[in-house]
Design a protein around this ligand. Structure first.
Ligand SMILES: Cc1cc2nc3c(=O)[nH]c(=O)nc-3n(C[C@H](O)[C@H](O)[C@H](O)COP(=O)(O)OP(=O)(O)OC[C@H]3O[C@@H](n4cnc5c(N)ncnc54)[C@H](O)[C@@H]3O)c2cc1C
Length: 382
């Protein structure tokens, strides 16, 4: 049994994270290297299988428990970005896959012997406008032949399977632009015509661009019905947003702890800098904002777990938490003065890491556009 706050889960994650202190993340960051040992420990502990039902070998926990796991990783100064998708990407398979697909993949994903943590949606020319993706999967006998390119396909080098969104019917032949897209499970271990190129980014994120040159996918790897892929992908996005919001809450708490400790200890002009309102008020404001964001994450989890529509709350949670962590990062850096820029303090690393969530997996503007249109009834702006 877990408490509503999943305190037992949190304690176990904290204990695991103690083995991966700042030095560990700092060294990886310097080399842009993948946190193999951390991901292995997390896999072994079963935390990455939190959301997979027990029938398929997972822990069968609620979304709020998964959120607690990711929050604690970030609160400990770590980064779940290297493997968080292993937790939630199987959701598309779980909800829309056939029994045979679930039996084939879910137990292996739960055991960690198969990694499903590459998500091929974004393309260089389509950007946020997913309906205009160009990667095409043409049916040919009992397989599909894929040609095209994805960008920002994170963890592709550290995943066995990719969940791939591709067009299967040209846009001019469908009634709605969102139709004619399909989702596949691509086995990257055996795929031919697949090229993966890493993209070096401002933080350590193992992201890549992926090229498909007549890459064949057996038709049995199509998830659900052909042409309905966008719906299947969208149905998993609330969970993704909530979980990433939880990571941002963890980042913000780590940054606020770090700022507070430094503000107490650092003495300038014969007194702790934290005695100055110019230092303590921004920290206090950042604290209030993360607590508010945390409430929205909980509300989004509550609605999700009750099977209710949580689109607005999931989006608001992601935006408010990403804003709170970004604010906390700024405040923490400022509180540290020059030392905030020194690698050894980990502040500049977290500052870079948490900045991502203003843009990915959905940018703030698009969340505002969603709220304006779908909650406030304003005209669609794009
Ligand atoms: C490190 C990293 C990892 C990622 N991992 C993955 C992954 O694993 N899989 C995957 O598929 N994608 C991934 N992404 C892609 C990410 O989801 C996109 O970068 C994000 O959705 C924004 O799309 P874009 O970069 O094409 O920006 P664009 O769509 O080109 O937008 C650029 C800017 O314009 C703004 N904008 C665009 N349209 C509007 C509008 N109508 N109104 C107001 N503002 C607008 C956006 O908010 C943004 O600020 C990743 C990105 C990064 C940077």
């Amino acid at each position: 049994m877990t408490t509503p706050d999943h305190e037992d889960v949190r304690v176990a994650v904290r204990k695991l994270c103690e083995k991966f202190p700042g030095e560990y993340w700092r060294a990886l960051d310097r080399d842009r290297a993948y946190p193999q040992e951390f991901v292995a420990a997390l896999t072994e502990s079963g935390f990455l299988a939190a959301l997979i039902p027990e029938d398929f070998g997972g822990a069968g926990l609620k979304l709020s428990a998964a959120a607690a796991i990711l929050e604690e990783i970030h609160r400990a100064g770590g980064n779940g970005g290297a493997c968080h998708a292993q937790m939630y990407m199987m959701g598309t398979l779980l909800r829309h896959g056939s029994d045979a697909q679930k039996q084939r993949y879910l137990p292996q994903i739960a055991a960690g012997s198969v990694r499903l943590q590459a998500f091929g949606v974004t393309e260089p020319t389509s950007g946020t406008d997913t309906t205009s993706i160009r990667t095409f999967a043409a049916r040919d006998g009992d397989s599909y032949v894929v040609n095209g390119q994805k960008v920002w396909t994170s963890r592709a080098e550290h995943s066995d399977l990719m969940l791939l969104l591709a067009r299967t019917t040209p846009p001019e032949q469908v009634a709605k632009r969102g139709d004619g897209l399909s989702v596949f499970i691509l086995d990257m271990r055996t795929a031919v015509g697949l090229t993966i190129r890493p993209i070096r980014t401002m933080m350590n994120h193992a992201t890549t661009e992926v090229f498909f040159d007549n890459t064949r996918i057996p038709s049995e790897n199509l998830i659900g019905e052909e042409g309905r892929g966008l719906r299947y992908i969208l149905s998993g996005m609330n969970a993704e947003r909530i979980l990433i919001a939880a990571e941002c809450v963890g980042d913000a708490k780590w940054l606020i702890d770090k700022a507070t400790t430094y503000a107490r200890d650092r003495v300038v002009f014969g007194r702790p800098i934290g005695q100055n309102q110019g230092i303590q008020f921004p920290i206090a404001r950042a604290y209030a904002n993360v607590r508010a964001a945390e409430l929205m994450v909980r509300e989004a989890c509550r609605l999700f777990e009750a099977g209710e529509n949580c689109g607005a709350e999931a989006n608001m949670a992601k935006m408010l938490a990403a804003d709170a962590s970004n604010e906390a990062a700024n405040v923490c850096l400022q509180t540290h003065g020059g030392f905030g820029f020194a690698e050894d303090f980990d502040v500049e690393r977290k500052f870079r890491e948490t900045r991502l969530y203003q843009v990915a997996p959905i940018s703030t503007n698009l969340i505002l556009a969603y709220l304006a249109e779908h909650v406030l009834g304003l005209p669609r702006s794009y």
